[in-house]
Design a protein around this ligand. Structure first.
Ligand SMILES: Nc1ncnc2c1ncn2[C@@H]1O[C@H](COP(=O)(O)OP(=O)(O)OP(=O)(O)O)[C@@H](O)[C@H]1O
Ligand SMILES: [Mg+2]
Length: 509
């Protein structure tokens, strides 16, 4: 019966786990790819921004250079203003040099202490200007020099060289340009030897993102772009990756939880299906046995072969007993089906407890005697009338007694009692039978549940008796408890409130 329904097979498990695994792998791979490409994109954008900024600075310098050269030319031609005055008015210019064609210094006439620039101008690329004209930016030593041919007052060509002032560049060009840009980006200008000329802010906590050369104005110099470590692309991407990984993790947890929940649900359903099919088999068997006994005895009597009066009486009694058993079984099943579909109604009425209990035990007198049971009924004196549904309580007690009968072995003792305890009516049914393992104490009250087949082997039953008992107790606002040890016996107690909803029923007798 457990064959194909036994348990969710590995295929089912695989069908759920495989998609989860695929989702995980795909999610992880695409996350890595996304991280890589977004970092590349970020760097590319940063490089573009750096290039644009470097070009802008280059263009600014070109415009300033044009102006400077025009002013120098004017200074030389009209002679009103001295070269010193020109230089003083040009903060971007560090030093001014003027040479004639023969290499004689026209300005300054007294050499600077450090004369690398003068020496550099007398040779090398500066000399090409005499032939080609125009202007050039040269790197001489650690100076950037703008060199061009201008005309002196007398009209002869003069090689003019203006060395760029680092301080001037910092103040006049870089600060203004970078102040206008987004604050999260940190900028650095490096000279031809890689020495920082300008830093927008301390860069100790920043990562280099891009570094580009100045294409104009500052040969050999570079413009570098940094991001503070918190805002660096790696960090941003890493944070995003962490978020997405967490989201993926949550998704996985949800999927796994779903799988587990589904698995348990399926298992429960399968267990229920198994219990139900057992139930049908058990009920059918339980109905069949007494029926065949009744039929056999009935037929025998009908044939008129039984002449012995005592024997005939015996047969009649068997028929009565078996039909009683049948009725009880059918009542149980019908009631259970009413309970299961929520149609069972209880009608409570003040009832005397003693007769109820005694009559119920009495109904089992014959089977108890047949099985050799010692029966002990103990009813506390002066029990009050208790508001209950007599038929339902009788049926509950009958189920407990039936169990005691069924699940006893060598020691056959049935104790039935009614007493008051803690303001409740306690109806006890105890036996010295096979007992119930502690782990099963809760489960036996579930519908269709029967303790492991070996223990109940040979003892038929449909597994609804205790479910019914519990329902009856609950319906009265009470409960049912069990104390039991394997091999020692069991004691079931139905607890019913004596005075439901505060009213106190009048005393019996
Ligand atoms: N007095 C008892 N001693 C030992 N085991 C018991 C006792 N009463 C109940 N059980 C265990 O609890 C299970 C559930 O009992 P329950 O009365 O609900 O079902 P059942 O007796 O098997 O069938 P039925 O519906 O015919 O009563 C039993 O199958 C049995 O294993
Ligand atoms: Mg039972």
């Amino acid at each position: 019966m457990t064959g194909p329904l036994g348990r969710p097979g590995p295929i089912v498990l695989l069908a759920v786990l495989a998609p989860a695994a695929i989702v995980t792998v795909l999610g992880y791979v695409s996350l890595r790819q996304w991280a890589r490409s977004s970092e590349l994109l970020f760097r590319e954008q940063a490089r573009d921004m750096a290039s644009m900024t470097a070009d802008k600075i280059g263009m600014m310098l070109r415009v300033t250079d044009d102006e400077l050269l025009a002013r120098l030319q004017a200074t030389l031609v009209d002679g009103h203003v001295t070269v010193e005055a020109f230089q003083a008015a040009a903060p971007l210019v560090d030093r001014v040099y003027l040479f004639d064609r023969r290499g004689t210094a026209r300005y300054p006439t007294t050499a600077h202490a450090d004369d690398t620039i003068a020496a550099g101008l007398r040779t090398g690329p500066a000399q090409e200007l005499w032939e080609r004209g125009g202007r050039r930016e040269l790197v001489i030593g650690d100076h950037v020099v703008l060199a061009a041919i201008v005309k002196s007052a007398s009209g002869e060509p003069v090689l003019a060289a203006l060395s760029r002032s680092r301080e001037g560049l910092r103040r006049q060009v870089f600060e203004g340009t970078f102040a206008a840009l987004d604050r999260a980006t940190l900028w650095e200008v490096l000279d031809e030897a890689g020495r920082p000329v300008y830093q927008r802010a301390p860069l100790s906590d920043a990562d280099l993102v891009a570094s580009v050369p100045f294409r104009e104005g500052l040969p050999g110099w570079r413009l570098a772009l940094y991001q503070s470590r918190d805002a660096s692309p790696e960090k941003a991407v890493r944070r995003q990756v962490a978020y997405l990984t967490a989201a993926l993790g949550v998704l996985l947890v949800v999927i796994v939880a779903g799988i587990v929940a589904t698995y348990r649900l399926v298992r429960r359903e399968m267990e229920m299906a198994r219990l139900k099919s057992d139930f049908v088999a058990n009920v059918s068997h339980d109905l069949k046995t007494p029926l065949s006994v009744v039929r056999m005895y009935g037929e025998t009597l009908d044939m008129g072969r039984v002449t012995d009066e005592a024997k005939r009486r015996e047969y009649y009694r068997v028929i009565t007993r078996e039909s009683e058993r049948l009725s009880r079984l059918i009542d149980n099943v019908l009631d259970f089906s009413r309970i299961d579909s929520g149609r069972r109604r209880y009608e409570l009425a003040p009832t005397a407890v003693e007769p109820l209990v005694r009559e119920t035990v009495e109904a089992f007198a014959y089977p108890l005697a047949q099985a050799g049971f010692k029966v002990d009924v103990e009813i506390a004196p002066d029990l009050p009338l208790v508001s209950l549904d007599a038929e339902a309580v009788r049926q509950a007690l009958a189920n407990l007694i039936d169990n005691a009968l069924k699940y006893s072995a060598e020691r056959r003792l049935l104790q039935v009692g009614a007493r008051l305890a803690g303001g409740e009516l306690a109806l006890d049914v105890a036996d010295r039978g096979i007992g119930i393992p502690a782990s099963e104490h809760d489960k036996i009250f579930e519908k269709f549940y029967r303790v492991g087949r070996s223990e109940t082997q040979g003892r038929r039953g449909s597994g609804v008796g205790l479910a019914l008992v519990r329902h009856v107790a609950d319906a009265h606002g009470g409960r049912v408890t069990v104390e039991s040890r394997v091999g020692e016996g069991s004691r079931f107690t139905i607890w019913l409130p004596v005075a439901p909803k505060g009213e106190r029923p009048s005393r019996a007798s």
